[in-house]
Unconditional design. Structure first.
Length: 209
């Protein structure tokens, strides 16, 4: 794992445990349309809410004929009300503080307008040189567009980057972009497996010996 000069992070499931917040958000929209909520034990639907961009989630849950109406309704309320439900991953802030002093960091997430507020709420913006969301590209993950944009903003080649994610969408985006992939907490397979943010620090320190 030599030659890493920058790191790109996914948000949900890597920087934060955000399933509760995401389900609360999407269930607010579903309730408006008279639909039953997505339950945490509904593995496939809950995972969709956790990983995919909002247009894809709304289309899957409400059908393409109600997609535009769902997006319009979602714009009428502020995601900030759900941010307190998000739990920072253990050791994440400490690791970002150490790593950002060694190399440029970025976020590439299928989130949209909520990402700036999340970074501000948790005071994380100071650690990242670039933040790329689904609103910055034509195609969200699993397409590689976000990772290419993040690499460009960091001024690094794809071969010099490590992308840390926890979903098949992340793994596929990294593969398509030619970026090494670290699978966080064993959710999917990767070039390496990472169980904690402390392990990321140890990995980078060992690479720089």
């Amino acid at each position: 794992m030599k030659g890493i000069r920058g790191i790109i992070y996914d948000c949900d499931g890597v920087l934060f445990e955000s399933r509760q917040a995401n389900l609360a958000y999407y269930n607010t929209v579903l309730s408006h349309f008279g639909e039953p909520p997505v339950l945490s034990e509904e593995r496939e639907r809950a995972h969709l809410c956790h990983t995919a961009a909002s247009p894809k989630v709304f289309e899957a849950l409400l059908g393409p004929e109600r997609l535009a109406a769902a997006l319009a309704f979602a714009r009428t309320f502020d995601y900030c009300r759900f941010i307190p439900c998000m739990q920072p991953e253990p050791g994440m802030v400490e690791a970002l503080s150490i790593l950002s002093a060694k190399m440029p960091l970025a976020v590439a997430t299928n989130r949209g307008t909520s990402m700036p507020e999340i970074l501000e709420h948790f005071d994380l913006g100071r650690f990242f040189h670039a933040v790329v969301t689904c609103r910055d590209v034509e195609r969200p993950k699993p397409h590689p567009d976000m990772l290419f944009m993040a690499a460009g903003r960091l001024g690094l080649r794809e071969s010099e980057l490590l992308f840390i994610g926890d979903s098949e969408l992340d793994r596929e985006a990294a593969r398509s972009a030619g970026i090494r992939f670290a699978a966080y907490k064993g959710q999917v397979e990767g070039d390496i497996a990472i169980e904690s943010h402390r392990e990321v620090v140890e990995l980078i320190e060992s690479c720089n010996l």
